[in-house]
Design a protein around this ligand. Structure first.
Ligand SMILES: *Cc1c(COP(=O)(O)O)cnc(C)c1O
Length: 849
């Protein structure tokens, strides 16, 4: 008979063992080997059976063993030390407390998924893992983040394979009482109830679960509560499941409900209110609207509330293709907002305008979450230098007066949390080892992976219906002395799981080479609705099932954090072959690098930025406008085989000294860059601190008029802007034949400012080398100074000098931009007045556009 509900009875720990409960409830154990070691010692068998999850362990350990431990003086001493260490970690001043800038009192970090540990499976891939690493690094640095997400009752899904290699999905129910979570409660003990109004007098209720990620609280909203009607209960049932309407409700709960959960958390615990709200991708964008609603309820007009909210908001985009952006039918959005739904204090027309695709080619019927994210945030970034470029081009339509390069979306490259991803053996020893010892350590890690692979492959074949007696061959799968290449990630088409299969004979020859073989470990989940991805997995599985190669290539089902933590340390080479530039950053290669893995990758995302010949190998690409996708795959696959045949395998087998030198350089020179601590410090200094400063200036609680004044100023500038003109440009300088390096050129520019004052604009000359189209390729700006009074027509004279500091074709143009101390930059408004097109001319041999 099947139970309809399950629960677990938690043991009462003897007084002296109470600290075990505290250690289990703070997820810091997941990146602290010493704490895990305590749990393992408490019950080695139970620890294995619990999959390394302390709460499950404590739920299963026998009363007899607990009584024993309560008498074990050595264990109690270690437990006391462990508990004291956690307490120090949670309370001691850390980097953030010692930084001297005026940093935000708190930062709320919103994400649709969080990958903290396999024991809290609330992630599907890179976006969630990044969010988890962000929180952990923030905790290590003492940065006062509050994480906000949803609790999905089925998480993502468990992947297994059918006999013929087709992906099977299952959705085990997660019982929050068995997870490392506590319910957030009101002082009277009732659960905090976050409520969203839905059309038709319905309501969406959610309770709030608290996970402790070191010093960082993570709030997860859960709609599976009694107060809800059955339909609303299922809003948070799955991550990235369901239809558009469910997705919209999830995002409303995350954004709007999330802000309400943060307010409740601060009210109940005394935690400082966030001064900065960071939204990890567009899904949580409604958080800005809820804050607009709060200010509107306090009497602020929409435009002023918008300025106050923008000031304290940071938006990170992760999507390099328009098709990847979250968009809803406008009608659907309209239905959920307004008097009959949420945010009744905000005009639905204002809400819809924030998500409108205004640029040419936009779809007027759609509500675009990324555009709303950008319009609600004064600061925005992509996640690698290359992705910054791609994002500026992709969103350039929002700043029509500017070249893509000037679009105010910066980039800040992702990082990974070393204590989570680096094998303890590597952290402790690698840098000090001799060559022989380092080679042995790599072999030990490879050997551990081989054992793990065999165990997982065995389980997988049992699930695929094989009898034990058929599986003897698995004992000989992989070889701890063979060069091991890993490839594991989600399976959207751009990641090209099956590129390696393009020329199967050539791959087989690599795998079976008698002298210099390589072996491949592959893993990845396809989205349940993505049959194309499942076909790729099936192709790969069928190839790997072949008796000729199955000892050298494996596909492991159910890629997740637990598998990843074994995979990265055990692989010598980490392979990544996305379609450039569709990998916004990529992080698995960083995790491999921190373990001494060498990257073999297309120059995309972070690898484009930090690749050096000492750290691995680039896969040459055939990208570019109009590249035929099939031809491109063929060329890039051939390039991949060549690099493996000619460079990677000979280096590993014939020049181990060079290989070890590459590992050392990877660890010492690349290692420090790819850290999540570096990333969070960068976010703090480059985005959070200026956002907090802007927030304080515009916060209506501090200055009731500042945000309204800024809104009124922007409004006036937009109204006056059509009057702003560049009337005349002249260059006074040496004659053309004496334009020499080291000389300078004086520019005199007449502009009309309409109703604006000189202090409200900046007149700039933009100069630099020009290409054959007269496009300035490396623009630098020189601010021109007012010279003299306005003449009768109201036009004004500006002057400045251009230094002729390089030889060759050189050009300039001039422009007028609005300026205000509370703008994040001069391009924020998307307004620029340029000389009329006909004014382009060549003066004194100097090109002018
Ligand atoms: C790091 C990681 C990812 C992301 O890898 P990418 O290289 O960015 O695709 C996905 N899943 C898991 C389990 C990871 O650990």
């Amino acid at each position: 008979m099947k139970a309809i509900r399950r629960f677990s009875v938690r043991p009462v720990l003897p007084e002296s063992l109470r600290p075990l409960g505290d250690l289990a409830r703070n997820l810091r154990w997941s990146w602290h080997p010493e704490t895990r070691e305590l749990f393992r010692y408490a019950d080695p068998e139970g620890w294995r059976a619990a999959g390394g999850d302390p709460l499950r362990l404590l739920g299963s350990v026998s009363a007899g063993r607990l009584a024993e431990l309560a008498q074990d003086r050595r264990f109690l001493r270690r437990l006391k030390l462990g508990a004291g260490d956690l307490n120090d970690y949670l309370t001691e001043p850390r980097w953030y407390q010692n930084a001297d800038d005026e940093l935000p009192a708190a930062i709320a970090y919103f994400s649709p998924e969080f990958g903290i540990t396999a024991a809290l499976p609330q992630y599907s891939g890179g976006l969630g893992i990044l969010a988890g690493d962000h929180l952990k690094a923030a905790s290590d640095l003492g940065a006062p983040l509050v994480g906000v997400g949803l609790l999905y009752r089925h998480g993502y899904f468990r992947q297994s394979l059918s006999r013929d290699g087709w992906q099977q999905e299952s959705y085990p129910v997660l019982d929050p009482d068995e997870l490392p979570l506590e319910l957030l409660r009101e002082p009277d003990g009732a659960p905090v109830d976050v409520v969203l109004a839905l059309p038709g007098a319905r309501a969406l209720h959610a309770h709030v679960w608290l996970a402790r990620v070191g010093r960082v609280p993570l709030l997860l909203l859960d709609s599976d509560v009694e107060e809800n009607a059955p339909g609303e209960r299922d809003v948070t049932d799955r991550l990235y499941g369901g239809g558009r309407e469910q997705r919209l409700l999830q995002e409303m709960l995350l954004g709007i409900g999330g802000v309400r959960a943060v307010r409740a958390y601060c009210r109940l615990t005394g935690h400082p209110e966030p001064e900065v709200f960071h939204t990890n991708e567009g899904h949580a964008g409604f958080l800005g609207l809820e804050r607009v609603r709060e200010l509107s309820d306090a009497g602020l007009p929409f435009a002023a509330a918008l300025e106050a909210v923008r000031a304290g908001t940071v938006f990170t985009t992760h999507t390099p293709v328009p098709a990847g952006i979250d968009r809803f039918d406008r009608d659907l959005v309209a239905r959920y907002f307004g008097d009959d739904g949420e945010l009744p204090g905000v005009d639905p027309a204002d809400i819809l305008a924030l998500g409108t695709e205004t640029a040419p080619g936009g779809d007027a019927e759609l509500f675009n979450m990324a555009l709303m994210g950008l319009r609600l945030a004064q600061r925005a970034n992509g996640v690698s230098t290359l992705h910054g470029d791609v994002s500026r081009q992709m969103f350039a339509g929002l700043w029509p007066g500017f070249d893509a390069a000037e679009v105010p979306i910066t980039s800040l490259t992702n990082g990974v949390h070393a204590p989570t991803w680096v094998a303890p053996e590597v952290t402790d020893r690698a840098p000090r080892l001799s060559d022989g010892e380092l080679w042995d350590l790599r072999r030990t890690l490879r050997e551990q992976l081989v054992e793990e692979v065999r165990r997982r492959l065995h389980d997988s074949w049992r699930e695929r219906g094989a009898a034990r007696a058929e599986l003897g061959w698995i004992d000989h799968v992989l070889d701890p002395d063979v060069l091991t290449v890993g490839f594991a990630r989600r399976v959207p088409s751009y990641k090209r799981l099956t590129l390696m299969l393009r020329d199967r004979d050539r791959l087989r020859n690599l795998l079976l080479d008698p002298d210099r073989p390589l072996q491949l470990v592959v893993a990845g989940k396809a989205h349940p609705a993505d049959d194309g991805g499942k076909r790729l997995i099936q192709e790969l599985v069928r190839f790997a099932d072949d008796v000729r190669v199955r000892h050298r290539i494996v596909f492991l089902p159910d890629y997740g954090m637990a598998m990843a933590q074994k995979l990265y340390p055990g692989c010598d080479v980490w392979l990544n072959n996305p379609l450039r530039p569709l990998e916004a950053c990529g992080t698995s290669g960083m995790k491999s690098a921190l373990n001494g893995g060498l990257n073999l990758s297309v120059l995309d995302g972070w690898w484009d930025e930090w690749y050096e010949p000492d750290f691995g190998w680039p896969i040459p690409t055939a990208d570019g406008p109009g590249a035929d996708p099939d031809r491109r795959d063929a060329i890039e696959a051939a390039a991949l085989y060549s690099v493996l045949e000619e460079q990677v395998t000979p280096c590993f087998y014939d020049h181990p000294d060079r290989w070890l030198e590459m590992i050392r350089r990877t660890l010492t020179r690349l290692g420090p860059k790819v850290l999540a601590e570096r990333m969070v410090r960068d976010y703090t200094q480059r985005l959070y601190a200026p956002a907090a400063h802007a927030h304080r200036t515009l916060d209506p609680a501090a200055d009731p008029t500042a945000s309204a004044q800024l809104a009124a100023w922007k409004d006036r500038v937009r109204t006056e802007w059509p009057q702003v003109r560049v009337d005349h440009v002249e260059a006074a300088g040496p004659a053309s034949d004496s334009l020499e390096l080291g000389g300078c050129l004086t520019l005199r520019v007449r502009v009309t400012l309409g109703g604006l004052e000189p202090g409200e604009v900046e007149v700039q000359a933009v100069t630099g080398r020009v290409d054959h189209n007269d496009t300035i390729t490396d623009p630098a700006t020189v601010v021109l100074k007012p010279a003299g009074r306005p003449d009768l027509g109201g036009s004004r004279l500006y002057e400045g000098e251009l230094a002729l500091d390089r030889t060759g074709p050189f050009g300039y143009t001039v422009r007028v931009l609005p300026t205000h101390p509370l703008l994040a930059g001069p391009t924020e408004l998307g307004l620029a007045a340029m000389p009329p097109a006909g004014a382009a001319s060549v003066e004194s041999g100097v090109l002018m556009r």
